[in-house]
Design a protein. Structure first.
Length: 215
C-alpha cells in the first residue's frame, strides 16, 4: 500500500494523557460519592468516548453519563489537560513524515477544542495539516465519524492511501468503518489482544516502527 495520509489518535498515541484523564474521572465520580481504590480500573476511560464509558463503568443512563462528563470537564479543562506528556519519538516521527511529503492529521474522539489546546501546549500543531475531534455537545464522538470529518477537511479522495494510527480497538474499528488502513500501537493503553481482536492492519511497538510500515 502507498500511504499518502496518516491520521493519528491523540490519547495513548501521541501523548500519554492517562494521569489527567484518570484524575478527571476521579473528580467526576466523587460528585456521585463513588471512590475507586485501584486506579488501574479507570484506564478504560482513556481513548473511548467518555459518556459511553461512564454509562458502562457506572451503570449510568445516557443523561447521567452526559452529566458525569460535565463534572469531568470542570477538572479537565483547567488542570487535567496538561497532566500529560508527549511520547518519546513522536516529534521526530512527525517531522520525518512531513519531510517525506506525507499529509498528517489528528483524528481524536476528544473534543476538538481540547485537542487544539494540547497540540499548541506541546508544540505539535506545526506538524499537522488538520486537527479534528468531537464536538463539545457530544456529537461526532464515534471514531468513524471523526475520521470522515478529517478526511473531508483534508480533501482526501483515495481512502486506500490513508492510514489511521491508534492504541485502542475503537481506533481500529473506526478505521475499518471509514474504509482506511489501520495500525495499532502497543506503547499506549490498548493491549495486543485488544488490537488483534479488532483486526488491526499492523501492530507496532514504538513510534519509529511506523516508518517501516509506511515504507
Amino acid at each position: 500500500m502507498k500511504i499518502k495520509t496518516v491520521l493519528f489518535d491523540l490519547d495513548g498515541t501521541l501523548t500519554d494523557s492517562g494521569p489527567g484523564i484518570i484524575n478527571g474521572v476521579q473528580y467526576a465520580l466523587k460528585k456521585y460519592g463513588m471512590e475507586v481504590d485501584d486506579l488501574s480500573r479507570l484506564r478504560c476511560f482513556i481513548g473511548p468516548p467518555l459518556h459511553k464509558q461512564f454509562e458502562e463503568f457506572c451503570g449510568f443512563s445516557e443523561e447521567e453519563g452526559k452529566r458525569a462528563v460535565a463534572y469531568y470537564r470542570e477538572y479537565y479543562s483547567v488542570t487535567g489537560l496538561f497532566e500529560n506528556e508527549v511520547y518519546e519519538g513522536i516529534p521526530e516521527l512527525l517531522q520525518t513524515l512531513r519531510e517525506a511529503g506525507i499529509q498528517t492529521a489528528m483524528a481524536t474522539s476528544k473534543p476538538e477544542k481540547y485537542a487544539l489546546m494540547i497540540a499548541d501546549h506541546f508544540n505539535l500543531t506545526k506538524y499537522f495539516d488538520f486537527i479534528g475531534g468531537s464536538m463539545m455537545d457530544g456529537n461526532r464522538t464515534k471514531k468513524a465519524e471523526v475520521i470522515e470529518y478529517v478526511l473531508e477537511a483534508c480533501g482526501v479522495e483515495d481512502r486506500d492511501t490513508v492510514l489511521m494510527v491508534g492504541d485502542r480497538e475503537h481506533d481500529i474499528i473506526g478505521a475499518k468503518e471509514a474504509g482506511v488502513h489501520s495500525a495499532g500501537v502497543l506503547y499506549g493503553y490498548g493491549t495486543l489482544e485488544e488490537l488483534e481482536k479488532a483486526d488491526a492492519g499492523c501492530i507496532i511497538k514504538t513510534p519509529a516502527e511506523l516508518l517501516d510500515v509506511i515504507g
